[in-house]
Design a protein around this ligand. Sequence first.
Ligand code: HEC
Ligand code: HEC
Length: 236
Amino acid sequence: MFKQTLLAAALIGMSGVALAGHDAKPDANPWSNFALENQLRAMPAGDVTRGQQIHEQMMCNACHGEKGESPSRNYASLNGQTTDYTIKMMLDYRDGRRWEDYKQAEIMVKIAQAMDDQQIADVAAFYASNPVTTWSYSQALSPEDHAHADRLVRKGDVNRMITPCASCHGMHGEGNSVTPALAGQVPEYFVRTMKAYQGHHRNNDVNAGMSQFTHDLTDAEIDALAQYYASLNRKP
Ligand code: HEC
Ligand code: HEC
């Protein structure tokens, strides 16, 4: 009950937060690989059924959909996401590592601050248990744009020091541990978060890896990659 009251307060306070200006950003040291591994190992085991209950009681479903398949262009899809990545995001929001300087991330900061480790592990298990869906509003790319995006994904670009996305995110965008699944992600969210890495508003990635890979991408390339992944149906 206490947690729900907090959440309601957070949701009601949302517009107030925007008007009143930002709360102070909590201090949090950037992750080292070692610290992150230890933290993930120390997390309790998640439970899918409890995760679903939390997803409904804390109204995650209002924004992220019944099973994590975002019903709207504004919110990220969470279904089919790796457990480790979801856990890392919730910890990053909670502890102030993920704090993009705009309203959307602040919602998640407030919500994550109302959750304990067990609840975080439970929702992560729930999202991982739900299969990926293809984002239904993704637009078909022209054959040239598709080929260009496909090349970036599979071969990268040596001249710009862009490592192939697939070498970390998987050939089918399936992700691996703290590297997120990208298949079926909402394109508007994908673009927003790529630009947040590029502009250094999103700083929670270990060793600033994604900031480096987005550094030299053009807006058109980011758009094409977003549509490419949105329509990619992850293979089993
Ligand atoms: C009022 C709408 C809203 C509610 C309720 C909400 N979220 Fe979110 N969530 C968002 C938005 C918006 C983002 C993307 C923020 C951004 O762009 O930085 C997000 C991002 C996330 C992410 C990161 C996704 C990624 O791919 O990095 C996770 C994980 C998440 N939410 C989990 C939850 C959980 C768990 C709950 C319930 C306990 C919840 N959210 C409730 C709006 C919401
Ligand atoms: C060396 C490994 C690596 C490479 C190469 C890489 N990524 Fe990532 N990517 C990651 C990791 C790890 C994260 C999670 C960072 C964090 O914790 O915020 C991530 C996060 C992302 C996210 C955020 C997903 C979400 O749900 O918020 C997107 C989008 C993304 N990468 C797209 C790409 C694209 C497109 C490429 C190729 C141009 C690429 N990545 C190349 C490792 C990589």
